[in-house]
Design a protein around this ligand. Structure first.
Ligand code: SF4
Length: 364
């Protein structure tokens, strides 16, 4: 939100939202968990010149709807799966390490609104403590560095974090979840980065970067250039997107996004159903429409480009959303679950018009 004027109350200010300018107090922003407004110059210019500004503005520009959208702040049970401060262990093979609460720009739909752009005690304060837990869990084969965005940290800091992880023999990959390839691709031109990836390789592990492109208009020529550079360093690249109302709820756009990812060597991996997050649930697309979009995407892509799964990251596990049957039931299967025996099992729930989340569907 750009502050355009000050009111008499020094804690209130006139802020610019997509719909209007409104005077808002500091406490109103805090009570409603409104994420700070910050957009990199690079991304501002990219979306302005992309030809898609009217869709892409919703990614980073604040909306009045953020004060009204219902939901909760921890939709996937992150708190319940935190095993030591900053480390989550929900699925046997994967550790999730929160390394910063900062990002290059702040996405208005972020499911970690409770953390990003704030001071959070959910960020790992002690990587040694996290590493000791990981070392005691040989079933964990990979660690995902997330936050926030790990690539807002300096390469020196990233080296210090991986110092704790590289000696752990049972880890076979170190994954970085980042939207910086969209927000500030030149971050990846840092001359110190190849040595970081080389250290990961030398320790017998694969460095993986999970990019976050939601829309083809975000894939700048600088991003494509840096991705080529990362691939040359042996970094594997996957992409995750979120299905977002007004932004990419269009099979044409998402098919173009995934085809572009494929073209530059990034494998489309997850298309996430947006979560019922307080202040961001207005981005949710109904399951019926989501499934229509997924069918439309698949009709437009070649076999080798269709590498994504339509996923609901639910409290109970990662659920692949498969179809809405003629019997009026939504068919799904657990892609990930704490209980191994549930993984892969197809189950169904009666469809309710407008449903966006598993909890919107009746139990039987
Ligand atoms: S970059 Fe990721 S963590 Fe940061 S605001 Fe966007 S979605 Fe959230």
């Amino acid at each position: 939100m750009r502050s355009t004027a000050s009111s008499q109350d020094c804690t209130a200010q006139a802020l610019t939202f997509i719909e209007e300018t409104r005077v808002v107090s500091e406490s109103e922003l805090q009570i409603n968990n409104i994420t700070p407004h910050h957009v990199t110059k690079f991304y501002r210019e990219q979306i302005a010149n992309s030809g898609y500004y009217d869709q892409l503005k919703y990614i980073v520009e604040p909306s009045i709807e953020e004060f009204e959208s219902p939901g909760t702040l921890d939709t996937s049970g992150e708190h319940d799966n935190t095993v030591v401060p900053g480390l989550q262990h929900k699925y046997a093979q994967t550790g999730l390490l929160l390394v910063t609460e900062r990002c290059g720009s702040y996405c208005r739909y972020c499911f970690r609104k409770r953390i990003v752009g704030k001071t959070s005690d959910e960020i790992a304060p002690d990587f040694d403590q996290a590493a000791r837990y990981i070392a005691r869990h040989p079933e964990m084969t990979n660690v995902l560095l997330s936050g926030g965005d790990p690539f807002v940290l300096s390469t020196a800091k990233l080296n210090k974090i991986v110092d704790h992880l590289l000696p752990i023999k049972h880890l076979n990959s170190i994954r970085f979840g980042t939207k910086m390839v969209a927000y500030e691709p030149r971050r990846f031109a840092d001359s110190a980065l190849p040595a970081l990836f080389e250290r990961i390789h030398a320790a017998g592990k694969t460095p993986i970067i999970v990019t976050h492109f939601d829309h083809v208009g975000e894939i700048s020529s600088d991003a494509a250039h840096q991705i080529r550079f990362l691939r040359a360093q042996g970094v594997q690249l996957l992409n995750q997107s979120v299905l977002l109302a007004k932004i990419n709820d269009d099979p044409e756009i998402l098919a173009a996004t995934f085809a572009k990812c494929h073209e530059i060597g990034v494998r489309p991996y997850y298309l996430f159903q947006a979560r019922p997050v307080k202040g961001a649930s207005h981005f949710q697309v109904a399951l019926r429409r989501g499934l229509e979009i997924v069918r439309g995407i698949n009709q437009r892509l070649s076999g080798i480009e269709k590498t994504f799964k339509y996923i609901m990251s639910h409290y109970t596990g990662k659920i692949e959303i498969l179809d809405l049957g003629d019997d009026g039931r939504v068919y799904m299967r657990y892609h990930q679950n704490k209980a191994a025996e549930k993984i892969g099992k197809i189950f169904s729930r009666l469809h309710i018009e407008g449903a966006c989340w598993l909890d919107d569907l009746p139990g039987k």
